[in-house]
Design a protein around this ligand. Structure first.
Ligand SMILES: Cc1ncc(COP(=O)(O)O)c(C=O)c1O
Length: 356
């Protein structure tokens, strides 16, 4: 028998979530963000399920090449642009769209001699202070790129730091972006999932949803289900041992959980080497045979312990859902002090993937 841990990918859920994003986007075109191995769901599998998107966004040339090799002719955005000028000929040949986020990148591209003109997304830093040109330099860079024989279309772009946080929102960054873009007459791309769902004024010409396509909510206070999304990944395992422990006995490394009474516990085949967060403490929710329960003690490399009080009939082989259908990944992430993005993208290569 193979190890029972499996990540089930629901490709119909991906397609459904794309529909939700489309409806929210109104007339804007949609770039499906499929970086980080399709947020852990498998790059090519996700691209197939989301092929109705208008474009894809990835990080690296390798990911873009994998999509082209799999037959996708969509526009493909490289979210961090090119890392080295050597990449430009391949970017042109594969008709990829680099983000240009520094002035020296813009200058180098403007001077390049390439097989085809390269369309670009020119990124302005509207307040996140990560990537992007200073707003006051945007017009000059846009003009330089627009005048270059190496460049096709120029689309303006920015990224929001707090679109998921209603206390901050997007207003300040929108004001900076609008002022920088005014009069340039160029198309724009601003919205991640949170902005797409909450701030129609950010939609512009191209929206860039990621997390919502995988069925997770970008908001702490609103569930994916409430947004009409379906979980695309269910991480499921089984009990490989069941044992009775006595009051006062400890469970797992560091003996961090000590039984307050006699207890029945189960050991599930899933650990931090599978991508389950080691920092998830006692009480992180799991489903055993579909019933809610909790983890006990420290997560080991290959297994974790669960409380069987709510599921007394559980036995070796009983299914254990770590997240997904019936147990939102956002909820597990919150209990572990992290976000759904981290859990989904951390699923390890050794975890078997099944499509359903
Ligand atoms: C530049 C950019 N746009 C869009 C996204 C998608 O964001 P989300 O997954 O929150 O929708 C990301 C994700 O990190 C990003 O870096």
């Amino acid at each position: 028998m193979t190890r029972p841990l499996v990540a089930r990918i629901d490709t119909a859920a991906l397609a459904h979530n794309l529909g939700v994003a489309r409806r929210a986007a109104g007339g804007a075109r949609l770039i499906a963000v499929v970086k980080a191995n399709g947020y852990g769901h498998g790059l090519v599998r996700v691209a197939q399920a989301l092929r109705a998107a208008d474009a894809f966004a990835v990080l690296t040339l390798d990911e873009a090449a994998a999509l082209r090799s799999a037959g996708y002719s969509h526009p493909i955005l490289l979210l961090e642009g090119y890392f080295h000028p050597d990449e430009l000929p391949e970017i042109a040949r594969r008709r990829l769209i680099p983000v240009v986020h520094r002035e020296d990148q813009a200058e180098l591209l403007a001077r390049a001699r390439l097989e085809h003109r390269v369309d670009v997304f020119l990124k302005v830093d509207s307040g996140m202070h990560r990537l992007g040109l200073p707003p006051q330099r945007l017009a000059t860079a846009a003009a330089r790129l627009g005048d270059s024989a190496a460049v096709g279309s120029v689309t303006l772009m920015t990224h929001f730091a707090c679109a998921d946080d209603p206390a901050v929102g997007v207003a300040a960054q929108m004001a900076v972006f609008d002022a920088a873009a005014r009069g340039l007459g160029l198309p724009a791309s601003l919205a991640n999932s949170a902005a797409l769902l909450r701030y129609p004024q950010t939609h512009g010409d191209w929206v860039r949803p990621g997390i919502m396509l995988y069925g997770a909510s970008p908001f702490a206070e609103q569930s994916g289900e409430a947004l009409g999304l379906l979980p695309a990944m269910t991480l499921e395992s089984r009990l490989i041992a069941v044992r009775q422990i006595r009051r006062g006995e400890a469970v797992g490394y560091g003996a961090t959980f000590v039984a307050p009474r006699d207890m029945k516990i189960g050991i599930a085949a899933c650990g931090y080497a599978d991508g389950y967060p080691r920092h998830a403490g006692t009480g992180t929710p799991v489903l055993v045979e579909g019933r809610r329960s909790r983890t006990l003690g420290r997560v080991s490399m290959d297994m974790l312990a669960v409380d069987l009080e709510a599921v007394p009939h559980a036995h070796v082989g009983s299914p254990v859902t770590l997240w997904g259908e019936g147990l939102p990944v956002e909820e597990v992430a919150a209990a572990a002090g992290t976000i759904a993005y981290e859990l989904l993208t951390a699923v390890a290569p050794r975890v078997r993937i099944e499509e359903c």
